[in-house]
Ligand binder design. Structure first.
Ligand SMILES: NC(=O)c1ccc[n+]([C@@H]2O[C@H](COP(=O)([O-])OP(=O)(O)OC[C@H]3O[C@@H](n4cnc5c(N)ncnc54)[C@H](O)[C@@H]3O)[C@@H](O)[C@H]2O)c1
Length: 274
């Protein structure tokens, strides 16, 4: 996949973020800053990524990050630039799931505010500050064998959701936030293209991570079997299905792709009733 640079991964302590770190390390990344609100989990990812790495110069570090806090995001982005010199890839996975399943007339305002803080404020802060850092970086060649493919200053991959594109019943706080996340990704992609920075949004379906397992506990009637009824591929998404998509968007192999909402949903969208 021609992964040779430095990655900044938010939410890298678990789930999709952790899988992204391990896949990036295995594919040849030079460095990874694993950023998470759970520092211990981030440190465990650093150890596993180091064991999985294939680049002889590989180096990884962990940092505490709360994506909803501006100072915390500023510190993590500054640490990435200081310690690794350059942000080639940013994979923004930090997020939280739902607190329950409620129709809109019973939905809680506090749940909406919480979801907006983590997903919308977080995505805004990460995209804005990482874009600013990438804009200042030197232009790197995409593909020396094909100079017409131009140069890159970096690639940002944002975790949206199937809920970025479709309404999901009884999850209005999460669905509203994830629609806004996609809006940030698309706007940033349009504006940053001129600076050779790409921004894409991955929209996974039901992915087997700690977040989904928690959702099954609090969403009335949600079980693995009930979810499978909506998934043509007939299995839950693996965090590695999503990490492989992230790898492609980081890689120069996707040099002409920006502003995409990329479903990794096992065909779920095909089952939408019209
Ligand atoms: N699991 C799914 O079914 C699914 C589906 C679609 C989209 N997503 C999205 O993918 C992303 C990753 O989800 P996941 O399933 O891997 O979740 P997860 O709960 O397994 O992992 C999320 C990680 O983010 C960290 N985190 C939580 N709040 C944070 C904060 N404020 N600042 C920094 N780190 C924080 C957690 O400590 C954890 O390590 C999220 O944006 C989620 O909304 C998940």
């Amino acid at each position: 996949m021609d992964i040779t640079g430095n990655a900044f991964v938010t939410g890298g302590g678990d789930g999709i973020g952790k899988a992204s770190c391990l896949v990036l390390a295995k594919e040849g990344a030079k460095g990874i800053l694993v950023a998470d609100i759970n520092l211990k989990a981030a440190e465990e990812t650093v150890a596993e990524a180091t064991a999985a790495s294939t680049n002889p110069s590989f180096r990884a570090e962990a940092i505490y990050l709360d994506v909803s806090d501006e100072d915390s995001v500023k510190k993590a982005v500054a640490r990435m630039v200081e310690s690794f010199g350059r942000i080639d890839y940013c994979v923004h996975c930090a997020g939280t799931g739902i607190t329950g399943s409620r129709p809109v007339d019973e939905a809680k305002f506090d749940d909406l505010k919480g979801s907006l803080a983590i997903h919308v404020h977080g995505t805004f802060l990460i995209t804005s500050l990482v874009s600013a850092a990438m804009k200042k970086q030197d232009l790197a060649t995409v593909d020396s064998a094909h100079p017409e493919r131009g140069g890159t200053r970096g690639s940002i991959v944002i975790l949206g959701s199937y809920a970025s594109l479709f309404p999901v019943r009884y999850m209005v706080p999460y669905t509203a936030a994830k629609h806004a996340v996609l809006a940030i990704a698309k706007t940033a992609a349009m504006e940053s293209a001129a600076h050779n920075v790409r921004v894409n949004c991955i929209c996974p379906g039901w992915t087997d991570t700690p977040m989904l397992r928690h959702s099954m506990e609090v969403y009335e009637g949600m079980t693995a079997d009930s979810l499978l009824e909506t998934i043509p591929i007939n299995r839950l998404c693996s965090s590695y299905d999503v990490a492989d998509a992230a790898l492609f968007f980081c890689s120069p192999r996707s040099s002409y792709v920006t502003g995409l909402a990329y479903l990794v949903d096992g065909g779920m969208a095909l089952t939408m009733k019209t």
